[in-house]
Design a protein around this ligand. Structure first.
Ligand SMILES: Cc1cc2nc3c(=O)[nH]c(=O)nc-3n(C[C@H](O)[C@H](O)[C@H](O)COP(=O)(O)OP(=O)(O)OC[C@H]3O[C@@H](n4cnc5c(N)ncnc54)[C@H](O)[C@@H]3O)c2cc1C
Length: 319
């Protein structure tokens, strides 16, 4: 297969233009795939040429290296949205921006995605990391996910029970299947009621997140006490708010970062947000290496202070 088969193909594209942090060096080859067959061809091309590839959604949960990516970036632009209002469901391409999906659901009087109002990125990225906020998560909406097996180059549907969804996780993080689209379930409701819930969730987002700055959302996963048996509960009993988090079963990573005195801590142009300690913001022309260093410094200090290893929610690209 030749590269000129692809409609939208670019060489030496700066990843900084495709990452919400605004950092990252060049990708050798960059293909925009608007149809699932095109995405399949791109994977075939990479396999045939022994080239590594990386599928990119909105670039709102990655840290792209200053060295860039020596391989093929496949920018997912599969953006079909097909509503079935009788069945109260939608089949959407994985490259659909979540904002477009949330707004179309509202217009069609379909309730279920209000939690995602203001969530950046694509449906594929949301499914990959089981994105969630305001008491919801994408796992609650999924009926099935359509995937491409990159080895056999075949499409298949994965039922909800086989998606392995857990807090900010899915089986797709481990099995390498590429998400092409998903059928999502909804319930009919009054668009005005849906709109009100969305507005409430947007307000929460605006008041808690540094939305006017360049970030990739939460850098670390919150600590789920049912999964993390390594938490030294005896050290944490000294912290007054701790009992509330134990009752909820989740300790926010941002709380530990804040308590470690790291709000406002800077390396190069990268800074721990003053508004939300689990956000790193690109304050002053940071390089990926500044952000990378800051992430590992936060991990080291939190580990020293609270005896727990923070796990990254964002993904490293090209490191
Ligand atoms: C201001 C801000 C607020 C945020 N708030 C939240 C929040 O409230 N809740 C939350 O959970 N997240 C939040 N995030 C993080 C981010 O928006 C989500 O994780 C989002 O779901 C990522 O989607 P994306 O398309 O941008 O993925 P990308 O950043 O493009 O990719 C992330 C990972 O998913 C993989 N991936 C993407 N698409 C596919 C696919 N089709 N098939 C297989 N793998 C794929 C990529 O290879 C990569 O490893 C926030 C980010 C920002 C910048």
């Amino acid at each position: 297969m030749k590269l000129d088969k692809f409609k939208k193909i670019y060489k030496n594209i700066p990843l900084s233009e495709h990452s919400a942090f605004g950092v990252g060096g060049n990708a050798n080859i960059f293909i925009e795939a608007e149809k699932k067959e095109e995405l399949k061809d791109a994977v075939f091309f990479a396999n045939q040429n022994n080239m590594q590839y990386y599928i990119l959604g909105g670039g709102t949960n990655i840290l792209a290296s200053d060295k860039g990516f020596n391989g093929l970036i496949i920018k997912n632009k599969i953006q079909n949205i097909d509503f079935d209002c009788q069945e109260e469901s939608v089949f959407a391409g994985s490259g659909v921006p979540m904002g477009a999906l949330v707004n179309s659901a509202k217009k069609n009087g379909l309730s279920g995605l209000e939690w995602a109002a203001g969530l950046p990125g694509t449906l594929g990225g949301a499914i990959f990391g089981n994105a969630g906020s305001c008491g919801g998560q994408i796992a609650d909406n999924v009926d099935f996910v359509e995937v491409l097996d990159p080895i056999t180059l075949t499409f298949k549907n994965v039922a909800l029970k086989d998606c392995g969804f857990l807090y900010r996780g899915s089986s797709f993080k481990k099995n390498g299947l590429l998400i092409m689209g998903a059928k999502l379930k909804f319930k009919k409701d009054d668009p005005v009621v849906i709109m009100d819930k969305m507005a409430e969730n947007m307000l929460f987002r605006r008041s808690h997140q540094p939305l006017s700055e360049k970030s990739e959302g939460c850098v670390f996963k919150n600590i789920d006490l049912s999964e993390r048996k390594d938490v030294p509960l005896d050290i944490w009993k000294e912290i007054p708010e701790f009992s509330i988090f134990v009752r909820r079963g989740v300790v926010p990573a941002g709380f530990l970062i804040d308590r470690a005195g790291l709000k406002g801590f800077e390396i190069g142009g990268a800074k721990v947000s003053e508004r939300h300690a689990n956000f790193i913001v690109n304050k002053n022309n940071a390089k990926a290496k500044d952000i990378h260093k800051l992430i590992f410094e936060i991990k080291k200090i939190v580990k020293e202070k609270f005896g727990v290893e923070l796990e990254e929610e964002l993904r490293f690209l090209g490191f």
